[in-house]
Write a protein that binds this ligand. Structure first.
Ligand SMILES: C[S@@+](CC[C@H](N)C(=O)[O-])C[C@H]1O[C@@H](n2cnc3c(N)ncnc32)[C@H](O)[C@@H]1O
Length: 243
């Protein structure tokens, strides 16, 4: 039996995806409001920067993995226009439903697919750009997921991984206090769920730091990887090029 972590807990590998599903089933309806509250709106700036780095052009083909409620998919769709394609995917039906309804309300009809990043149902070399925002941390086999992201990109295509990362030393104390004392309380008050937000704080601490993730991306076949730290390393954008 192989073990992995779910936040600070050690769990059977086969149980992690189900535990993660429970978290996102629970928070799906309050996900967007909680994102704004807990990041004081900063997630919008992190995503806007990611969209700028993506630099998509009309006609491009993009895949958003773990796309949840659709922030990146929506922004990408505006860039690629009617001649391009943005596929909005997630493993979690509840998150994808909230996202799809939100995009439909805005008049955006995107191909939407439930799929596991570790087994992508797309042809090799299909996309110019693949993105995963705040999703990789939750995956059981991150190397397998990164290899799949590499496979579905065309040579020269880029993977953008936006994820919580390791904060700079001077911020660590206040960031820990905020993560473990404030966040679960806000989660309880707004979403009626302190545990999911405690998992968020723990899973961030267990996630590979900037250099480790860079090495994992290189190991998955990305010939060149750049790291862009944001907000003192609270978040990092890793950009990998498939060679
Ligand atoms: C924190 S949300 C991020 C949603 C969105 N990308 C955003 O930035 O707002 C993480 C998402 O990762 C998804 N996820 C977790 N494991 C996954 C997997 N193995 N394959 C695809 N999506 C996964 C969850 O269902 C959830 O919707």
């Amino acid at each position: 039996m192989t073990q992995t972590h779910f936040g600070y807990e050690t769990v059977d590998e086969n149980d992690k995806a189900g535990r993660v599903r429970g978290v996102f089933d629970s928070v799906a309806k309050k996900y967007d409001v909680m994102n704004d509250l807990m990041s004081a709106g900063m997630h919008r700036a992190w995503k806007a920067y990611t969209v700028a780095v993506a630099n998509l052009k009309p006609g491009d083909r993009a895949l958003d993995i773990a796309g949840g409620t659709g922030d990146l998919a929506r922004a990408f769709a505006k860039k690629v226009g009617p001649t391009g394609v943005v596929v909005h995917t997630d493993i979690n039906e509840a998150m994808l439903r909230v996202g799809r309804d939100r995009l439909l309300d805005e008049g955006l009809v995107l191909p939407t697919t439930i799929c596991d990043a570790e087994r992508l149902p797309f042809a090799t070399g299909r996309f110019d750009l693949v993105s995963v925002a705040f999703g990789l941390r939750n995956m059981t086999h991150k190397e397998a997921a990164l290899a799949e992201m590499n496979r579905v990109l065309r040579p020269g295509g880029r993977l953008l991984v936006l994820e919580f990362s390791k904060v700079a030393e001077p911020l660590r104390k206040i960031y820990d206090w905020y993560s473990f004392s404030v966040l679960p309380r806000v989660g309880q008050f707004v979403a009626g769920d302190a545990d999911s937000y405690r998992y968020l704080a723990e899973s961030i601490r267990m996630h590979p730091d900037q250099e480790t993730l860079k090495g994992m991306m290189k190991g998955a076949g990305f010939g060149h990887v750049d790291v862009h730290n944001m907000s003192g390393g609270v978040v990092a954008l890793h950009v990998g090029i498939r060679c």
